[in-house]
Design a protein around this ligand. Structure first.
Ligand code: NDP
Ligand code: 2IT
Length: 451
């Protein structure tokens, strides 16, 4: 553990021992502990109070069975998770992920990161995350509904607008949130709009929540570029993924004058040197729920589809890279290729998409690098705005909501930037985000006693 302060090494050793077989969680904790040496040097009382140890231990972890019946009448079983990580700043808040790779360690890493991310927004939300190893691919709407209803039959007892407020993540969008909220309402006999965010506009959702994560990452990355006297205008951009975060990143980058030439899904990536046709991409992904290769098939000449076993999207030369698919999708090797090809900024839309080696490569090359827990916080921040609208039985315009989002992202950027400077590492947004997020949670916990 060469990069971790000596006093903090036993904490990582204990987290690793106590959470055996959870490499993503160890990785997320490792990264935060690397930043905290400078904090305990200034404020040694955090060590005396075991605040770091307490923050690394989730308040509650719930694992449950999800039985449901498929369209053929066959009974299926999935596993459900909700990790209620930290409630020092407000009700647990964080998305639900449906993907076959989901396990406890992945949900824990996401809940841990969420705690600091939510603190960075400056809003009254704690950290949590949940999900299931359910695979949506090839499932009918009816199957997805029955699955969501069964999940909620168990999970509803742990939720509440003052307790725990889920939202979407990978595999969970408007359709799934509707089914889960509908079942919650039935089971509790309460119209508790603020118990879920990312809801449809017809029943208490917020305008701009769908767009918020991708737009927010674009605002954050733009603010970073401005510190070097430049912006998105005329830049070539690569965005991985083609889900919620990727699509609205592409939309905002294009509106800022950037040219997005590639995006991907788990089957491979598409390259369109003329700039992606977003309307077509939205139709293929949002409406038809098809693969990105369909885009190349329809466009024909000049547009390429490269299958996942033939290359990675990070081979494409670009000025700005915005990884927006999943954790550890961008390796040290990918980072070296991006740097060699002249990348100047990386804004993480996904959670922890760059491996630790990749982050090191970017930082050593002096590239502007925005970690996900800061750059993608616009999604959860707008979820908090949705909760605010629900609490006051109000509904704001798109412009009003987006203006709030833009201000929040500017504030998060400035907080990370100033914190990095204050702690002697100017330009290090990883350090700035980790320290600013940690201190806010730690201070609240300190004032509340041994909790
Ligand atoms: P979606 O399900 O809408 O899209 C996910 C995209 O990533 C799809 O293109 C998917 O491809 C691809 N992908 C997912 N898993 C893998 C994998 N294991 N390997 C390769 N590609 C993969 O999810 P979101 O856009 O909502 O989420 C994307 C990222 O952003 C996640 O890291 C999420 O945690 C993060 N995030 C999301 C927020 C939100 O508000 N939704 C907020 C903040 C962060 P395929 O369809 O082939 O699986
Ligand atoms: O990772 C994330 O921040 C999200 N998936 C959004 C969480 C939320 O509660 O809106």
């Amino acid at each position: 553990m060469p990069n971790i302060d000596e006093k903090l090494q036993p904490i990582l050793a204990e987290v690793t021992r106590r959470n055996a077989g959870e490499p993503e969680f160890h990785q997320a904790v490792h990264e935060v502990l690397e930043s905290l040496g400078r904090v305990v040097a200034k404020h040694p009382h955090y060590l005396d109070l075991a605040l770091i140890e307490r923050i690394c231990e989730p308040e509650r972890q719930i694992i449950f069975r999800i039985p449901w019946t498929d369209d053929k009448g066959q009974v299926q079983i999935n596993r459900g998770f909700r990790v209620q990580f930290n409630s020092a700043l407000g009700p647990y808040k964080g998305g639900m992920r449906f993907h076959p790779s989901v396990n406890l360690g992945i949900i824990k890493f996401l809940g841990f990161e969420q705690t600091f991310k939510n603190a960075l927004t400056g809003m009254p939300i704690g950290g949590g995350k949940g999900g299931s190893d359910f695979d949506l691919k090839g499932r009918s709407d009816a199957e997805i509904m029955r699955f969501c209803q069964s999940l909620m039959t168990e999970m509803h007892r742990y939720l509440g607008e003052q307790t725990d407020v889920p939202a979407g993540d990978i595999g969970v969008g408007g359709r799934e949130i509707g089914y889960m909220f509908g079942q919650y309402k039935r089971l509790t006999n309460r119209y508790e709009a603020g118990v879920f965010t990312g809801k449809g506009l017809a029943y208490g959702g917020s305008r701009a929540r769908t767009e918020a994560t991708g737009y927010g990452n674009t605002y954050f990355t733009q603010a970073m570029l401005q510190t070097r006297g430049t912006d998105f205008d005329g830049k070539t951009v690569v965005v991985s993924g083609s889900g919620n975060v990727a699509i609205y990143t592409i939309e905002k980058v294009q509106s800022f004058g950037g040219k997005v030439i590639a995006c991907s899904d788990s089957s491979g990536y598409i390259l369109d040197e003329n700039g992606l046709d977003l309307a077509l991409l939205k139709e293929i992904k949002d409406q038809r729920r098809e693969r990105v290769s369909e885009y190349a098939r329809i466009k024909g000449e000049g547009v390429h589809f490269i299958a996942a076993d033939k290359g990675t999207i990070w081979d494409v030369p670009c000025d700005v890279a915005m990884p927006s698919a999943t954790q550890n999708e961008l390796s040290g090797k990918d980072a070296r290729i991006l740097v060699k090809n002249g990348v100047i900024a990386v804004g993480e839309g996904a959670n922890m998409p760059s491996t630790p080696e990749a982050v090191k490569v970017f930082q050593e090359a002096g590239i502007l690098f925005a970690p996900g827990k800061a750059a993608n916080a616009g999604g959860v921040a707008t979820s908090a705005l949705e909760m605010q609208q629900n609490a006051s039985r109000d509904s704001w315009t798109f412009e009003q909501t987006e203006a709030r989002l833009a201000t929040i992202m500017r504030n998060i950027h400035d907080t990370c930037h100033q914190t990095a400077e204050e702690y002697g590492a100017p330009g290090d947004y990883v350090l700035g985000a980790n320290i600013a997020g940690f201190v806010r949670v730690a201070e609240a916990m300190r004032m509340m006693g041994v909790i």
